[in-house]
Design a protein around this ligand. Sequence first.
Ligand SMILES: Nc1ncnc2c1ncn2[C@@H]1O[C@H](COP(=O)(O)OP(=O)(O)OP(=O)(O)O)[C@@H](O)[C@H]1O
Length: 322
Amino acid sequence: MNIVEVKDLRMCFPILKGVLFHSVAGYVKAVDGVSFSIPEGETLGLVGESGSGKSTVGNMLLRLLKPTSGEILYRGRSILGLSPQEEREFRSRVQMVFQNPFASLNPRMIVGDIIGRVLRVQRPELKRDEVRDLVLNGMQEVGLKVEHMTRYPHEFSGGQRQRIAIARALISSPEFVVLDEPTSALDVSVQAQILNLFKDIQKKRHLSYLFISHNLSVIRHISHRIAVMYLGSLMEFCDRQELFRNPLHPYTQALLRSIPKPYVTGEDISDKIIKGDIPSPIDPPAGCRFNTRCPQATDECRSVRPQWREARDGHWVACHQV
Ligand SMILES: Nc1ncnc2c1ncn2[C@@H]1O[C@H](COP(=O)(O)OP(=O)(O)OP(=O)(O)O)[C@@H](O)[C@H]1O
């Protein structure tokens, strides 16, 4: 069963102008017709360059942003227009971990209170000792110690702080977690530990993740399926192994070529880097969004938007050349 299904999702941010920002000068088409699904217990890796719209998708799934149009189904039910009761239930089932563990933790609260606060709001019937026990279990699950409970965030390293943020996200026993670049601010060795922690927790709790990153190596390590995003649109979506063995879209192929090889020093990857800049989402190119940088672009690519279609079993792509 799919835990999340997204259909033709769009998000346009108005660009306001004037002294009192009273008129609209245009729109940023941050997300422009995105569809995908996430099966229960799986991780969907959402990868793309900076500004491609990944965080906007994540924020819409969390109900932090209301889509301009499209549908978001959570366990088959729309999450748009929930009653206050349904909203509370949704909040306990869906959680998030963001990139910056330095900014996301209140520096004036001790760790035990940071993690336990969610429970005080969501389950006011719990007694103090019960909250404490749950917080302790949660801390141990992510590799924190009992004595960490009374310390402040500034006393911890980046990796430890991200463990605190993870414990806080898990304390309400969510089913689905949006992980928005959760390891990007960490050292490489710590990144691997945190990625493995996410995997262990997923196995144990049968959690589903949307994992957002610009780093394909990280996405490869953690994902079951991968969606490749470019300038607000999905270019390709399939199983992880299929994507790395048989990438169909020229953008995905270029992304894979640009991953530096381990143990090769001084490798010249200048001819493998995608040429040109990502165009502005205020005035995206007509036809295929990638046509201005695609070596295979034809007149059709420059004028007709490619359809999002299943080229092979479970392998979706938007490209005229496939
Ligand atoms: N609140 C907003 N108002 C106006 N434009 C926005 C807003 N939020 C995002 N954008 C724009 O929408 C586009 C997509 O942004 P988004 O943050 O979703 O991309 P991203 O792929 O997550 O990039 P990054 O990896 O840099 O966070 C960008 O052009 C961004 O400037």
